[in-house]
Design a protein. Structure first.
Length: 432
């Protein structure tokens, strides 16, 4: 036998057994995005490497060590997208969507980062993200965050908490950065190797370090909040007022700085303690300078992205109920004369009952083996068409999940019986 080939490490198949959760999540989120006026944009998976280097920043984890970059046959350096914002901004500029306009956009799809695979961290993972262009005020930040809260509500996820911070203006951040570097340089020996390396390239990220040995040093570091410019402070205060008035509970986390270079003012994360170390399920913030930085007209922007794998895992551990996709009916055909009539009966039922999920047994086999498959399919009913039924224009309905005697009825009565059953509302909890 030929040797089998395995998938690339950290790149997973999403099997039918878990796809209900994905579809449920995608459907709920898409509905809410549409209700808030967001429109979908579909973007290429591959972009020029330069786009990410310039937007995300040369000295971020993503650009330094996580990107899948390759030279194509024309000698051009290309990269599998590690996130969606850069491509969205690029497309907005290129297609003239941003100048003097307001845009609320969302996207969905696979992202690629060469990280160490572990629970909640993969090399191909999936995000749904949204970006708003052309609005600078705290009201849109608030609306966006309230919308994400509505996602969790719709998905039945209660164990997620909102963290907020403001990074201020670029000028204020530069000033703060200087003070932080001074402070950290005074304690250079206490820094770990990663932080020493970041001290001059991306010192704010040191605040985000998970190393327990650094925590007290970080706690005593000068705080960005004390260095915010007046306008940013006001923006942040208004944002908090909006959120509080809308009934959202949040924590201001002065150490929340986010991994990417392009953020200013608002940054936020939704975090859960149900998933172990990889607890951030949604993260975003404001990036007023990015569009201009990528060559467009000066346009404010704000956005977020959520990690679908982590949210699906949260749905699973919360034992959430998702829509049923098991068949209502498994149709069994017994005998040669039942083959074509059974096939046509299935089509007629599908035509008359748009909600109906019907699995037609194909591939032959005796009655017993077909019946076993009917049971295994999870169907509610087995519908049996044998030679006698064909002759009499009847069909036999057998209840697979209820203690009820089977009944044989005329085919045209069957539709009425099925119509009495509420085919649309049939929920189940995925067995774990
Ligand atoms: P983390 O701190 O977990 O590395 P990040 O700051 O790198 O996250 P973002 O770039 O903000 O993540 O991406 C937004 C969301 O996408 C994250 O909050 C997370 O839910 C998800 N995500 C990021 N990287 C991965 C990954 N390698 N595998 C699965 N999900 C991921
Ligand atoms: Mg990361």
């Amino acid at each position: 036998m030929a040797k089998t080939i395995q998938a690339v490490r950290g790149m997973n198949d999403l099997l039918p057994e878990q796809i209900h959760f994905w579809q449920f999540l995608e459907r709920e989120v898409r509905t809410i995005l549409t209700r808030y006026g967001y429109e979908e944009i579909r973007l290429p998976i591959v972009e020029k490497t330069e786009l990410f280097a310039r937007s995300i920043g040369e000295v971020t984890d993503i650009v330094e060590k996580e990107m899948y970059t390759f030279t194509d046959r024309n000698g051009e350096s290309l990269t599998l997208r590690p996130e969606g914002t850069a491509g969205c901004v690029r497309a907005g500029i290129e297609n003239g969507l941003l100048y003097n306009q307001t845009q609320r956009l969302w996207y969905q799809g696979a992202m690629f980062r060469h990280e160490r695979p572990q629970k909640g961290r993969y090399r191909q993972f999936h995000q749904i993200g949204a970006e708003v262009f052309g609005l600078a005020g705290p009201d849109i930040d608030a609306e966006m965050i309230v919308m994400t809260a509505r996602f969790w509500q719709a998905l039945g996820l209660e164990q997620v908490h909102l963290q907020l911070n403001s990074l201020g203006s670029n000028a204020a951040r530069a000033q703060y950065r200087e003070q932080l570097v001074n402070y950290l340089s005074d304690h250079y020996d206490q820094l770990d190797e990663d932080s020493q390396r970041r001290l001059n390239s991306n010192p704010l990220r040191i605040l985000d370090s998970k190393n327990p040995a650094l925590q007290s040093l970080i706690a005593q570091a000068p705080q960005l909040a004390d260095h915010l410019d007046a306008e940013s402070r006001d923006h942040f205060a208004q944002l908090q007022d909006y959120l509080t008035a809308a009934g959202l509970v949040f924590t201001v986390n002065p150490r929340l700085v986010r991994g990417l270079d392009y953020y200013n003012r608002t940054v936020f994360e939704w975090v859960t303690d149900q998933l172990g170390a990889q607890g951030t399920v949604c993260a975003g913030g404001r990036y007023d300078g990015l569009v201009a930085h990528l060559g467009g007209q000066n346009t404010p922007g704000v956005g977020f992205a959520m990690g679908i794998e982590r949210l699906v895992e949260l749905l699973r551990v919360s034992q959430n109920t998702v829509a049923d996709t098991r068949p209502h009916i498994y149709l069994i055909r017994a005998g040669d004369s039942a083959q074509l009539p059974g096939f046509l009966l299935a089509e007629e039922l599908r035509r008359q009952l748009p909600e109906l999920r019907l699995l037609l047994h194909c591939g032959g086999g005796n009655f017993k083996s077909q019946f076993k498959k009917a049971d295994k399919s999870g169907a509610k009913w087995a519908l049996i068409l044998g030679e006698q039924e064909v002759q009499e224009n009847t069909v036999t309905l057998k209840f697979l999940r209820e203690e009820k005697p089977q009944l044989t009825l005329p085919q045209h009565d069957l539709i009425q019986v099925l119509k009495q059953d509420d085919l649309a509302t049939n929920d189940f909890t995925q067995p774990s």
